[in-house]
Design a protein. Structure first.
Length: 92
């Protein structure tokens, strides 16, 4: 099982990435320089749409710090699809 870590700040507009692990670069094909300061969902979506319910739950979790977990289909830089388990945890 491969996993990676991303850190973003939901208090800022578009929730930009602040840091990504080496494994994120390996799994997605994107370098740190390409992703820092960008929204990870927009970057990896590649036409994969987020349901309105997921958007609402993500927004609420970002605002309250409550946990949120969901599996999404995302695209690597190559265009290949992969499953992404998002496990969002707030740091208060």
């Amino acid at each position: 099982c491969q996993f990676c870590v991303t850190i973003s700040d939901p208090r800022l507009p578009s929730c930009p990435l602040l840091a990504v692990s080496d494994q994120f670069q390996t799994i997605t094909g994107y370098s740190r320089e390409e992703v820092i300061g960008k929204n990870v969902a927009t970057l990896l979506s590649g036409g994969c749409k987020l349901r309105n319910l997921d958007k609402e739950q993500l927004k609420r979790a970002s605002e309250t710090g409550e946990p949120y977990a969901q599996v999404f289909v995302h695209r690597k830089k190559t265009g290949e699809l992969f499953l992404d388990l998002m496990d969002l945890r707030g740091l208060n």
